[in-house]
Write a protein that binds this ligand. Structure first.
Ligand code: TRP
Length: 342
């Protein structure tokens, strides 16, 4: 981070991103987000957060949430997040997020939040629990981002509207109270890949899919990975060719293969010319399993060393809190909250 001496380059841009601890991430989460989080560390100052407060908008077993939070932190370390050069922390460990969230809520309109498509989708999906947190979710997310004056925010397509409202809130606040927040930009990584369901390849891969064969978990073992890929929906034309509209299943498998091997679609088509889908699926499965194996081994090791993981999170929270506290004090002053000296 800028104020530690470790990094003498002054103006590295700052990245913030978050992921909810709602269970083991999928291959889609890995190729779409987590792998890029690790790569971005070479070029940016990164803050990566386990968004446990956001996870509370959907009811969850308390013990499971606690376990998922520590597991996700361990998994982030296993994919290569470097907690010495960057900051890895848990959202609820930095109370300044919720403090800023209230101030921002008072600068966000009911109408704006009502237009959020995720709110509408989630309220339809959980009609028995349309809680106020679900509604103000984008305000907390804006606080997560603005509190660190993040320049760039890597997010998936489903979060771009939330990023947009964070920009709107920041711009409006700056207009009323004077320059305070950096306007964050979305970041679409070059190497990012949207991975689709193996069972219904026109839908995004999701761990909440009732069909467990439609997703690969980052912790799936090789046999499971091979079995799931063997069952992946393809088509009847038998040719490995990229065509997302006409051949979504095969194209999705090609996207996964390309993401791991770095080969182009053209090269993959040539590699599997005249060979059946069976061969191709096995190659995708083995490549995936081999790529995940070292991450899984490191994850298992870290789960056996809770003290280390918790130490990383403690240190991360302290460093994040220093940065966040500065913003909150400034904002409190600007909006006119009385601050006592000393
Ligand atoms: N809402 C994000 C998601 O569900 C997670 C998140 C919380 C986040 N706060 C954030 C992402 C801030 C980026 C920046 O995916």
């Amino acid at each position: 981070m800028p104020e530690t001496q470790a990094n003498p380059t002054p103006a590295r841009k700052r990245i913030l991103s978050g992921i909810q601890p709602t269970g083991t991430p999928t291959l889609g989460n890995y190729l779409g987000a987590l792998r890029n989080w690790a790569l971005l560390q070479d070029s940016y100052d990164c803050l990566y957060m386990v968004a446990d407060l956001h996870a509370l908008t959907v009811r969850e077993e308390p013990a499971a949430l606690r376990r998922h939070t520590r597991e996700l932190a361990a998994l982030l370390l296993a994919v290569g997040i470097n907690p010495n050069e960057h900051v890895l922390f848990v959202q609820s460990h930095v109370p300044a997020h919720t403090e800023l969230s209230w101030i921002l809520a008072c600068n966000t309109q009911f109408g704006e939040l009502s237009r959020m498509t995720q709110f509408k989708d989630k309220s339809a999906k959980h009609p028995d629990n349309v809680n106020a947190g679900l509604f103000t979710y984008p305000v907390l997310m804006a606080a997560d981002i603005l509190i660190y004056n993040a320049d760039l925010v890597p997010v998936g397509q489903d979060q771009t509207q939330h990023l947009e409202i964070a920009r709107d809130i920041a711009g409006r606040f700056n207009g009323v109270y004077g320059p305070t927040f950096t306007l964050p930009e979305g970041y679409v990584p070059k190497a990012g890949a949207k991975i689709m369901s193996l069972g219904e390849p026109t839908k995004k891969m999701s761990k909440s899919d009732p069909n467990v064969n439609s997703f690969i978990l980052m912790t799936d073992d090789k046999d499971t990975i091979v079995r799931k890929f063997k069952r992946a929906v393809t088509d009847s034309d038998g040719v490995v060719r990229f065509d997302a509209a006409e051949k979504p299943g095969v194209s999705n498998l090609m996207t996964i293969y390309a993401a791991f091997t770095g080969r182009s679609m053209q090269e993959i088509e040539t590699e599997f010319a005249g060979r059946g889908y069976g061969d191709f699926k096995l190659a995708v499965a083995e490549t995936t399993a081999d790529a995940l194996a070292p991450v899984q081994a490191e994850y298992a090791r870290l789960l056996g060393d809770k003290a280390y993981v918790d130490g990383v999170l403690k240190d991360g929270a302290a460093r994040a809190a220093r940065l966040a506290g500065r913003t909150v004090r400034k904002v409190y002053r600007k909006v006119g909250l009385l601050q006592l000296e000393g």
